[in-house]
Design a protein around this ligand. Structure first.
Ligand code: ARG
Length: 443
């Protein structure tokens, strides 16, 4: 079944190649496709293209289809090429000619564009919720372990005293910056492209302001050519935010793999959170963190991947854009999994206390000794030299009573300030008004 069937069968290979992964990818768009149609036909009735009784009948049927799609039960039949065709087919099957009226004044380019915006908006909320939960766990762990020291490294060489409080809190603060990127992408996403039709608008007097309101978008993509160019650009903007978050997670994962090794042994993973080896009976590997690292490193390539897909495309719709779905949808799923698993692992990680009492970390206190001399009146460079010679001659005695007080240091983590920044960025997402609009459309 093809919406554009004119009685000539398409070559089978051409058919397979052009449909590609759409039948799988479009299932992610299913509830949003139905939602878009509900808003579109509600608007069509206001401009005289549907009777009120037709609208009511169509909406009632679409609500049923929506419920099936939202429950993940909608299927795209074997000979149907995409979700847009499937929904129109279902409507026509149950309502006859009335079902054939819903496509006035729009095109599938328009549909997939609005579907993607609605889907991405929904996914941003999921990503936000998972990141927010991870943030809270990190802050709680930071507070709990504020007095548990560990060595800080530069060049992978023992450098200065750090703490688990500082380490956990660092990732919490980095996540707030990633959420700023996500918030910027969300603002781009949350604009209505519907009504651009094939990319050049329609001679019907479409009320795009109404569909904007019905779908809970905060604004319109006014210029229809710009709206069409949003396909790809929107995915690209979101991919930058995803890559930023992936950067934070992959670094955390690498730290965890190292800290968990027998050589450092700063943390311990309970057996249920490790995997074994088929040959080495003793192994308890941190595979979760390794996969988080690997998946997140791949997500860092997503902006490049998307950028190349849309490079040199002139304005207007091109079938290349279909490939964006198979780039961004699996990446979103991966990022959500990584956020979920990172939090699970952190919550189940035991932190080793008294690491700094080990003699091999004594030199991490060298700057503390230098600073103590400075406070007693010795100029910094002279104090530095004195300590250097003490170390060289085996006379160095570490100063383990440390007193760091400035903002963001081991003695003054400022987690309340990091919390404040998190609250600020959280307030920039208007999930509640979106949810209210969507619920009144589909329920
Ligand atoms: N599957 C297509 C996509 O994702 C839907 C739009 C098809 N439009 C067209 N003119 N062939 O881009």
């Amino acid at each position: 079944m093809k919406l554009w069937d004119k009685g000539i069968a398409t070559n089978e290979l051409v058919e397979q190649f052009t449909v590609g992964l759409d039948r799988e990818m479009d299932l992610y768009l299913a509830p949003f496709d139905v939602m878009g149609t509900m808003a579109h036909i509600t608007m069509l009735q206001t401009i005289g293209l549907l009777e009120k009784n037709e609208l009511d009948t169509l909406l009632a049927e679409l609500k049923k289809i929506y419920a099936t799609a939202a429950a993940g039960k909608l299927k795209i039949e074997d000979d149907v090429e995409d979700i847009h065709s499937q929904v129109e087919l279902m409507l026509t099957r149950s309502l006859g000619d009335m079902g054939k009226k819903v496509h006035s004044g729009r095109s599938r380019n328009d549909q997939v564009l609005v579907d993607m915006k609605l889907y991405l908006r929904h996914e941003v909320r999921q990503i936000f919720d998972l990141a927010a939960s991870l943030f809270k766990t990190l802050i709680a762990l930071s507070d709990k372990h504020k007095d548990d020291l560990m060595p800080g490294y530069t060049h992978l060489q023992v450098a200065m005293p750090s703490s688990f409080g500082l380490w956990f809190g660092a990732y919490a603060e980095c996540l707030t910056d990633d959420l700023r990127m996500l918030s910027a992408a969300y603002k781009v996403i949350n604009q209505n492209p519907l009504g651009s039709a094939a990319g050049y608008g329609s001679s019907f007097p479409l009320n795009r302001t109404l569909t904007t309101k019905l779908l809970g978008f905060s604004d319109l993509n006014y210029n229809v050519v710009c709206a069409q160019m949003g396909r790809g650009k929107t995915e690209q903007d979101l991919s930058f935010a995803m890559a930023a978050m992936a950067q934070t997670l992959s670094r955390m994962a690498m730290d965890m793999c190292m800290y968990n090794s027998q050589d450092l042994g700063f943390v311990h993973l309970p057996d249920e959170f490790t995997t074994g080896s088929s040959i080495m009976p003793h192994k308890k590997n941190p595979d979760v963190w390794e996969l988080v690292r690997g998946k997140c490193n791949r997500i860092k390539a997503l902006p490049t991947d998307i950028t190349l897909t849309i490079s040199n495309l002139p304005s207007g719709y091109h079938r290349d854009l279909q490939l964006l779905k198979e780039q961004i949808i699996p990446a979103i799923n991966d990022l959500k999994d990584c956020l979920r698993l990172a939090e699970l692992m952190l919550k189940n990680t035991e932190v080793r206390k008294d690491i700094m009492k080990e003699p091999k970390y004594q030199l991490a206190f060298s700057v503390e000794v230098v600073n103590k001399l400075v406070l007693s009146g010795v100029p910094f460079r002279d104090a530095y030299k004195q300590v250097a010679f003490d170390i060289k001659d085996g006379r160095f005695v570490p100063e383990t009573h440390i007193n760091h007080t400035h903002e963001g240091s081991i003695g003054n983590l400022c987690n309340d300030q990091i919390d404040r920044k998190f609250a600020e960025v959280s307030a920039s997402f208007d999930f509640a008004s979106v949810e209210a609009a969507v619920n009144s459309l589909v329920k």
